[in-house]
Design a protein around this ligand. Structure first.
Ligand SMILES: *Cc1c(COP(=O)(O)O)cnc(C)c1O
Length: 403
């Protein structure tokens, strides 16, 4: 006898999804292209010739996007956090000394994961709103020997960018550390040269910079760090995240677990679009769009959370003016204007994403208009026409944006 539980089977998804899809202009997930969306509807066998070709092409395209010649690029069934966990759990075990640079919420998560893996973890805490300085890292490494350094390229939570990342990673490499860089929000939106900067692990997720779907992530390991993980003789507690098992699928075309085939197909299309656009053009588009948005927000009479020298372009943090309540503002934007942006983790800011399709002129105009109108109806005193004019001027500077 089955139990008499009444499941809501008479209610189709349409009854809860909005009539008109919201424009996702927050800190992720971001809108996906039609090619990515279509690929995500396809299910194929996770083993066999077709999948093998897909994996091979994903690896080759990812090598370009990560700027590495290393063949050790693996997919992860899981969110960006799963890729973070895969990085940490393969590099950190009891006794390993780990220095974690913390700018905010996500870089702090790496420290928490390293602690859970039994690492001897020290946190180099940056001032709020500031990227890490090379001197700070030099000082920390002079005081104690470490095995692993972790840092984020773009700290999505408070919109800080570690602009000195290249120098920090090169220095850490000289000192014999392995470096783990979280590039979930930044990969393909701004330069990251894995080989030239001597980064050992780069973590990324699907739903932010790469503009694919959430839940399938990519991780790249350097040739240098690979034997360190392969030769590990300490117990590895995670079965799914063990690179020695994951390589059976990603490198040897065998079975580890059933791969998220649709998500990998989506990632294939997202990577292909990055390659077709080329990294240089894509970086340029993201920078120009984000800067035009930043200028427009200031022209509106609002201020940005982070000073220009530490500011991230991939996600823009805007201070809430006095009297405007964040939740009410976000609700107004989504309900009246069908545009969704993000609040923050405890900070008095709202955040607008500039990742992938978010960095397009038509999406920027619509978002800026929605922000200005909603600010006004929530009690903010803003100059929307000035903002729209500033956005138009900012975007007009580049013909690259229409390419
Ligand atoms: C979003 C994000 C993560 C976590 O990704 P999830 O897919 O939510 O697990 C990690 N790091 C950064 C920098 C992020 O922006």
């Amino acid at each position: 006898m089955t139990q008499s539980i009444a499941p809501p089977a008479d209610l189709p998804l349409d009854s809860i999804l909005p009539d008109e899809p919201l424009l996702l202009m927050g800190a992720g997930p971001v809108p996906v292209s039609q090619k990515v969306a279509t690929a995500n509807t396809v299910v194929i066998n996770h083993l066999g010739d077709t999948m093998n070709q897909v994996i091979e092409r994903v690896r080759l395209m990812a090598q370009y996007v990560f700027q590495t010649a290393s063949p050790h690029i693996l997919g992860v069934a899981g969110p960006g956090s799963a890729a973070m966990e895969m990085a940490i759990t393969n590099l950190v075990w009891p006794g390993k000394k780990v220095l974690c640079i913390q700018n905010g919420f996500f870089s702090g998560r790496l420290a928490e994961m390293a602690t859970r893996c039994g690492g001897d973890v020290d946190i180099l805490r940056c001032e709020d709103g500031e990227g890490v300085k090379l001197e700070q890292v030099q000082q920390a490494l002079a005081e104690k020997q470490y095995d692993v350094l972790t840092l984020v390229q773009g700290e999505t939570s408070n919109t800080v960018c570690n602009h000195e990342l290249a120098d920090v990673c090169k220095y850490a490499h000289e000192q014999g550390l392995f470096t783990i860089v979280d590039a979930v929000c930044t990969l393909s939106t701004m330069p990251l040269e894995m080989d030239a900067w001597h980064v050992d692990v780069v973590i990324t997720g699907g739903q932010k910079g790469l503009a694919s779907i959430p839940g399938v992530s990519l991780i790249a390991f350097s040739e240098r760090v690979w034997p360190y993980m392969m030769d590990r003789d300490v117990n590895m507690p995670h079965w799914c995240f063990d690179v020695r098992l994951a390589k059976q699928f990603w490198e040897e075309k065998g079975y580890h677990y059933t791969a998220p085939v649709s998500g990998i197909l989506a990632l294939h299309e997202a990577l292909r679009q990055v390659c077709l656009e080329t990294l240089d053009r894509r970086f340029n588009r993201h920078r120009l769009c984000s800067q035009a948005l930043q200028q427009a927000i200031e022209a509106m009479g609002l201020s940005l959370y982070v000073e220009p020298h530490s500011r991230l372009n991939s996600v823009v943090g805007i201070n809430l003016p006095d009297g405007v309540e964040g939740k009410q503002l976000l609700n107004t934007m989504s309900q009246l204007y069908k545009v969704e942006i993000s609040g923050s983790f405890g900070l008095p800011i709202v955040r607008i994403g500039q990742m992938g399709e978010q960095s397009r002129a038509h999406n920027l105009f619509r978002t800026l208009h929605a922000l200005g109108m909603s600010m006004k109806s929530c009690g903010g005193n803003v100059d929307l026409p000035a903002a729209m004019a500033a956005l138009e001027r900012g975007l007009d500077r580049s013909s690259a944006l229409t390419a």
